[in-house]
Write a protein that binds this ligand. Structure first.
Ligand code: XMP
Length: 309
């Protein structure tokens, strides 16, 4: 485990040396990694960093308000870009998760490069952390965090590339970032797109988002958020028969995934109080009309991965 204060001091020096008086840009997702990098780099180069928060339409309930609320205050050059229509029209009807990742990666770069050009940025700051590299090299999934497009003209600055998640969190706390952000569960760059196993549509996304909100809400209320690494809902491509208001219904199967991990390389499913699981299940079935069945994934990583797709 690193010493967060020493890491910050050394890192700020290194960033100043690398970037000098040039302009830099970062895609700030509101996740721990890019948030910590944004604040670290802004400590080093101040106004010369522009942090761009792109809404790709695949975010969770409440996320836009939360991220904008925190960073409009904390950073001088924070920019919110709503590109959801562009992303969602390119993704419409796409089912294959790797295809979704490719599209999202490509459109993201297109949107983001416009912002970088507008400020004449020379450096791209990225919140890549150690497991991103390890898993991409292992070719398990193409985590687009670690994949650079060809012809990219920006130079890379990756301040937390040697750190694991728990270390990035410790640095975030030392930097004075709020707990809700430092202890926020990891959320994949491609967002809810990899949690909708059906061909992607706005309707499917809304089902997944509504179920995900219930999982987060109940886990937080039960005080289990701190003991879990990730907790979310997956909208599967399986339909199952149900009975709603006395008549037959044929709706979706949603899978709830609640896991513990230290760095996402391995993960286990802990025992969760039965009442919490029952509440999650009944709320999803009652509040999300398209869902008839709710299941719990009890697979560890390995052999499963954390995400379904
Ligand atoms: P898996 O599913 O490979 O996930 O066990 C390991 C960790 O990575 C996250 N994840 C992603 N993060 N882009 C990302 O930025 C992606 O495409 C992606 N796929 C998975 C996942 O949520 C978990 O924390």
């Amino acid at each position: 485990m690193i010493n967060p204060k020493e890491f910050i001091d050394e890192s700020v020096k290194k960033i100043k040396d690398q970037i000098g008086d040039e302009k830099a840009v970062i895609a700030l997702s509101g996740g721990v990694d890019s948030s910590v990098c944004s604040v670290l780099v802004s400590e080093a180069i101040g106004d010369n960093l522009t942090a761009v928060f792109v809404n790709h339409g695949l975010l969770r309930e409440g996320e836009i308000e939360q991220v904008c609320g925190i960073f409009e205050e904390r950073l001088t050059n924070f920019k919110y870009v709503d590109a959801s229509d562009i992303f969602l029209s390119e993704l419409e009807g796409v089912k294959d998760p790797e295809e979704k990742r490719k599209i999202i990666g490509r459109v993201f770069i297109e949107v983001f490069e416009k912002e970088a050009e507008a400020i004449d940025a020379k450096f791209l700051v990225q919140g890549t952390i150690a497991p991103d590299i390890i898993e991409t090299e292992g070719k398990i999934k193409s985590h687009h965090n670690a994949t650079l497009p060809s012809g990219m003209v920006l130079e890379l600055c990756e301040p937390v590339i040697d750190l694991f998640k728990d270390e990035v969190r410790a640095v975030g706390t030392e930097l004075g970032l709020p707990d809700e952000l430092v202890h926020r569960q990891p959320f994949p760059g491609p967002g809810l797109a990899v949690r909708v196993l059906e061909p992607l549509t706005r309707e499917n996304l809304a089902i997944c988002r509504a179920a995900d909100f219930i999982v987060r809400d109940e886990i937080k209320k039960a005080g289990l958020d701190e003991m879990l690494w990730q907790y979310f809902a997956v909208l599967t491509d399986t339909k199952a028969t149900g009975v709603k208001e006395g008549s037959r219904d044929f709706g979706y199967l949603v899978v709830v995934r609640l896991i513990q991990s230290v760095n996402a390389m391995t993960a286990t499913v802990p025992e969760i109080p039965w009442e919490v699981l029952k509440t999650i299940s009944s709320r999803i079935s009652a509040e999300v009309p398209e869902v008839t069945h709710v299941a719990l994934s009890i697979s560890d990583k390995p052999t499963a991965t954390i995400e379904f797709a």
